[in-house]
Design a protein. Structure first.
Length: 155
């Protein structure tokens, strides 16, 4: 069992204020971003093998929740996302932490077509971790980052 991966989300517990940058349109080469604040509360359960958080996006009119489950046999995390706007549990991404960075990948749909999804966690050993999401519409040849979240503690 990899200690780094097993404890990968230990940094995320507690309250956060998050600056979000989300592409206004995905998959069309847009360079226009919505910038907005969200508020997250995260906790670890079952000895750190479950990580959950709830995010409030007050100016966007929805809330979201991440559910992260650690599989010790595979030494990897599965990350699920649901938001209050759709109520649909999204397909998971899978991955692990190595050398202070968490990379998680999976398959989903966007605009009715298939996409590959990549989550990238960096700065998890700092007071300002960063998460980003990228989609590939061509099977992983090219990637478009479409959402960036920069975390800081409140106060």
């Amino acid at each position: 069992m990899g200690t780094e991966t097993r404890h990968g989300f230990d940094f995320n517990h507690g309250d956060w204020v998050v600056t979000n940058r989300r592409l206004k349109q995905r998959g069309v080469g847009s360079a226009e971003w919505d910038v907005f604040t969200s508020y997250e509360t995260a906790q670890l359960l079952m000895g750190g093998t479950v990580s959950i958080d709830e995010s409030d996006f007050p100016t966007m009119g929805f809330k979201g929740m991440s559910l992260r489950l650690y599989n010790p046999e595979r030494d990897e995390w599965a990350i699920y996302w649901i938001n209050s706007a759709t109520g649909v549990l999204q397909p998971p991404v899978f991955g692990r932490f190595e050398n202070g960075r968490g990379i998680f990948a999976g398959d989903d749909e966007d605009g009715g077509g298939p996409v590959k999804v990549l989550f990238d966690w960096t700065g998890t050993d700092s007071d300002t971790p960063r998460w980003s999401q990228a989609f590939s519409y061509d099977g992983g040849k090219t990637w478009e980052t479409n959402w960036i979240m920069e975390f800081r503690r409140p106060g």
